[in-house]
Design a protein around this ligand. Sequence first.
Ligand code: PPS
Ligand code: ADP
Length: 211
Amino acid sequence: MIDTVFLNGTVGAGKSTIAAALSVLMTESGRHHAVIDLDHIRRAWPTPEGDRFNHELELLNLRDLVVNYRNAGIEHFVLAGVVEQATEVPRYEAALKSRGLLLCRLDTDGATLIRRLSLRHADNPTELAWHLRRAGELAAVLQRAAIYHVVVDASGDAPMATAREVMHCGSFYDQCWATFAGKIWHESEHHEIQRTLFLPRTSAMRAHFDV
Ligand SMILES: Nc1ncnc2c1ncn2[C@@H]1O[C@H](COP(=O)(O)OS(=O)(=O)O)[C@@H](OP(=O)(O)O)[C@H]1O
Ligand SMILES: Nc1ncnc2c1ncn2[C@@H]1O[C@H](COP(=O)(O)OP(=O)(O)O)[C@@H](O)[C@H]1O
């Protein structure tokens, strides 16, 4: 059973924005949940050598936060962050004590990414240049790694619509989680499974998750 949605994606893809929109949907459907923006719990300086994004500190912080959230009755988590390698997924699951983590990659087209980042970093050209460069670099890394359960297009201007699409996908995977035991599909397998399993998605998901 899925209790966590991890929004993965390149810099500026819309992870934080869609996480906030998912929180609205989860509130409306009565799910006790917490949103954790992983950027916020790894921001510290200096960073250890060989871990420029403070990944290890992020996982330690996550583990401790989750204890508090769970003690407070939280059962579902929405994470916004970056997973570059499949080997990191079980580490997140362990930190969260998750019974099912849906890894959702948000894809945003290049022109939209540039527009969003240019707005977000309008006051700092150095920051803008860093984020634009890293956005392209990380998008390529994530494409190559091809680790996800679902990919959702986040180029649109309506975050709630994108969040609904994520929820629909989550519902679909919830229904076949026992069969696939959370397996993350690589690109080739994914297309095969999409052909056979994505067909009942619309009606099954809508019935379950529509808000
Ligand atoms: N591997 C990996 N792990 C974590 N984060 C990653 C990674 N690669 C890139 N990013 C993205 O880098 C962006 C820079 O983060 P910050 O501006 O917070 O700077 S800093 O990391 O604190 O120095 C920030 O971009 P945004 O997603 O736009 O916020 C991070 O998400
Ligand atoms: N659907 C959207 N429509 C319009 N602007 C968006 C949308 N999604 C994100 N943005 C804007 O784009 C920028 C990057 O989004 P953000 O959620 O911060 O991405 P990430 O967390 O992946 O870096 C932000 O300034 C945000 O307000």
